[in-house]
Design a protein around this ligand. Structure first.
Ligand code: GLP
Length: 244
């Protein structure tokens, strides 16, 4: 779906999420959202916060699972995804603190595997993710599932691609300070989400959007796996869609 700009697109996605939250409320059910970080969902989170503050949209029945976190990473560090999510969404709405989940960047290495298995079990116990929000890396990564990630990959510790670290290095004041690893939800859980919305803005994403949507399905471009999902939508601005 192509919108005139990222603002109108983000508002449309927020409306879709709000409608899902409300329909779950009416059925007395929880709404399980998979959330992403990066610049792409910022407008979405701003609109959801506005809907909470001005229109009374409640997040009391919402349970969230973030895709990823750098490793190692302290939650209160300036670049942590915990901090990003709290500032842009979680601390601004009435979600219950026990209802949001973000991979823990402070674990000792030996504990990561068990932690990741528990993260997936928690999602499964809730019946899976109702709606997964995604951005896309310049190399086609989703979450931190870099090139080469398999379609059935699990939640795990991954090595970040050079291109991903270069993109992140502006936030970490240089490549040497940029983490080399991260914990990411695996492709399998993303593909199991009932609905997926990938958001991409700007000319810089146009080539990878084209390869993901029109190219062959390949683990070199994990976003291309979404061609095989039965309810996945790419929400784009005109620049990101310009090569389609
Ligand atoms: C990071 C995140 C991804 C995100 C990507 C794109 O790598 N881990 O989940 O999709 O950045 O970021 P942006 O939206 O800033 O282009």
């Amino acid at each position: 779906v192509v919108f005139e700009n990222s603002k109108t697109a983000s508002i449309a996605v927020a409306q879709e999420i709000a409608a899902l939250i409300k329909s779950k409320q009416e059925q007395n059910e929880s709404c399980v959202l998979g959330l992403a970080t990066g610049s792409s969902p910022k407008g979405l989170y701003a609109e959801l916060v506005r809907m909470h503050k001005e229109e009374g949209l409640s997040f009391k029945n919402v349970i969230t699972f973030n895709l990823d976190e750098y490793y190692p990473m302290e939650p209160d560090s300036i670049n942590s995804y915990v901090r990003f999510m709290k500032e842009l969404l979680l601390d601004q709405v009435d979600i219950l603190p026990e209802n949001y989940n973000i991979p823990d960047g402070t674990l000792s290495k030996e504990k990561i595997q068990e932690y990741c298995a528990n993260y997936e079990e928690k999602i499964e116990a809730l019946g899976g993710i109702d709606l997964q929000i995604l951005g896309i890396g310049g190399n086609g990564h989703i979450g931190f599932n870099e090139s080469g990630s398999l379609q059935n990959s699990k939640t795990r510790l991954v090595a970040l691609d050079h291109i991903t670290r270069v993109a992140a290095s502006k936030d970490f004041s240089g490549l040497t300070n940029t983490p080399r690893t991260a914990i990411t939800l695996g492709v399998k859980k993303i593909m199991e989400a009932k609905q997926v919305i990938l958001m991409a803005w700007g000319e810089g994403k146009s080539n990878i959007v084209k390869s993901s949507v029109e190219g062959t399905v390949t683990n070199l471009i994990p976003a291309s796996f979404l061609q095989e999902h039965n309810n996945a939508v790419f929400v784009l601005d005109q620049e990101a869609a310009s090569k389609l």
